[in-house]
Design a protein around this ligand. Structure first.
Ligand SMILES: NC(=O)c1ccc[n+]([C@@H]2O[C@H](COP(=O)([O-])OP(=O)(O)OC[C@H]3O[C@@H](n4cnc5c(N)ncnc54)[C@H](OP(=O)(O)O)[C@@H]3O)[C@@H](O)[C@H]2O)c1
Length: 445
């Protein structure tokens, strides 16, 4: 380990990296380190050596040929090697990944991770551990793939009080909703297509129920509001209840349906919510289609800033991981960045903001009801809404079926309280003339 000219003697010329995971992202990162080593050295200021790569099954066919002796199935070859300076974790899941991150940080190694689940569940503890051990922990790839939103919230936007974040941060569900909107396919059909194309997993629960988006929102909100949030702080509603009619009505009313992850600060409290929402068709977020992601940040100084790009995939995620790697390498020995202080959750940095429950939300609502096609039904529904202080903005009645005496009624409301709306929905479902409350979707203006 030689020292470079002018550098303290304990600062190495060559930075050794241990890569944990050689799947979609790991292969991209390893390829970049092996193929672009000299240009990476120019940018980072030091040479980078891919010393070890951890995999589960060394017999699997790979898209990459590693130099001999680099691949290992023993995590200790990375975690217990004092010559490995940086651990890059792109394995995913919490176990054993989180334990490896803890072990690496405790040994004073710098860590770069793409793991949203670990950062959402244990980010604060891991960042504290990094600080205690004078190590850096960077996680740009954990949200938004190639979109540099994590670093921007930590650094470039740090002067702002963040009023809100509104985002589309799950490419799988955005692909499904785009297919449902443009092709009018059912949810199941669109999901099947996404699975065939490799955009959705065999078990799509994490994506379609909003769990993945909630992890990412937890990370973004913790950075924006400088206090740790938990997954349980996020109100979460998935997209599986959406039907083709909802997209038809949305278009008729001038909206698109998007799966939004929203954080907003109001009266000293932060509300975190993930749900499908009506977005005005002319709004930028309404135009984000396919597997793309977008994050709109509303800051006190910068105003509204929109980030848009590839939220997943080998190359975009490699961009984020290697970008973090370069940042860590540049900071080694420079003290330009206090380890851990770049994270908004450093002690003393935060304000103790409360979490606002979803029942306090004030929003406009779209309601779709399957009713008995008799005179007076609408009056009964209007009465229920009126009892909850919810005023109607528009009513559409379509799809009457004389043979079954049923009709579909769509109502949009003026801003109303979520708790009142939930009570009204229960009361409507109890009316004899209402066969089904088919859907309720919030309208984000
Ligand atoms: N894919 C994306 O576009 C994307 C985007 C943003 C963030 N991320 C995040 O990046 C991480 C990696 O995602 P990925 O899509 O690259 O995953 P992946 O394709 O499933 O690859 C996972 C890799 O980790 C290895 N691995 C898993 N468990 C292991 C264990 N217990 N011991 C040793 N090796 C183990 C696997 O080894 P084998 O190859 O031997 O099975 C595989 O090489 C996840 O946290 C994910 O959320 C992914």
């Amino acid at each position: 380990m030689a020292a470079s000219g002018g550098m303290p003697s304990d600062i190495p010329d060559v930075i050794n990296v241990g890569l944990m995971g050689l799947g979609v992202v790991g292969t991209g990162v390893a390829t970049h380190l092996l193929d672009r080593g000299s240009s990476l050295a120019d940018v980072a200021g030091r040479s980078v050596n891919l010393k070890k790569v951890l995999v589960r099954d060394p017999a699997l066919p790979r898209d990459i040929k590693l130099p001999s002796g680099v691949m290992t199935t023993n995590a200790e070859d990375i975690l217990s090697d004092p010559d490995i300076h940086i651990v890059v974790e792109v394995m995913g899941g919490t176990d054993p990944a989180e334990g490896y991150l803890r072990q690496g940080l405790a040994a004073g190694k710098h860590v770069v991770t793409a793991n949203k689940e670990v950062m959402a569940k244990s980010g604060s503890e891991l960042l504290a551990l990094a600080r205690q051990n004078d190590a850096s922990l960077l996680f740009e790839a954990s949200v938004g793939g190639g979109i540099p939103i994590v670093g921007c919230l930590m650094n470039e936007l740090a002067a702002n009080d963040i009023r809100s974040i509104r985002s589309i941060i799950n490419g799988t569900t955005n692909y499904i909703l785009t297919r449902m909107a443009h092709q009018r396919t059912s949810f199941q059909q669109a999901l099947g297509e996404a699975q065939e194309l490799g955009y959705a997993e065999a078990d799509p629960t994490n994506d379609v129920e909003g769990i993945d988006a909630a992890y990412k929102l937890t990370i973004l909100a913790s950075l924006a509001y400088r206090r740790p949030f938990q997954h349980a702080d996020v109100f979460c509603e998935g997209i599986s209840k959406l039907e083709p009619q909802d997209f038809r009505y949305a278009q008729e009313l001038g909206y698109s349906i998007k799966f939004l992850a929203i954080a907003n600060l109001e009266d000293g409290a932060v509300q975190l919510r993930v749900y499908p929402a009506f977005v005005p068709a002319e709004h930028m977020l309404a135009k984000v289609d396919g597997v793309y992601n977008a994050v709109e940040v509303d800051g006190s100084l910068c105003g509204q800033v929109l980030f848009h790009g590839m939220g997943a995939g080998r190359e975009p995620t490699t961009s984020a991981v290697v970008g973090d790697l370069i940042e860590v390498i540049r900071s080694i020995g420079s003290h330009a960045t206090q380890p851990g202080a770049q994270d908004g959750r450093s002690p003393g940095n935060g304000v103790d903001l409360a979490v606002r429950p979803i029942g306090d939300l004030q929003a406009r609502y779209y309601i779709r009801l399957d009713v008995v096609d008799h005179p007076g039904v609408l009056a009964q529904i209007a009465q229920v809404l009126g009892d909850g202080q919810i005023s109607i903005a528009a009513v559409l009645q379509r799809d009457t079926h004389p043979e079954t005496e049923s009709a579909e009624i769509v109502i949009t409301t003026h801003p109303a309280n979520e708790a009142s709306m939930q009570n009204a929905l229960k009361a409507m479902a109890g009316l004899d003339q209402v066969r089904r409350v088919s859907n309720m979707i919030r309208i984000e203006e």
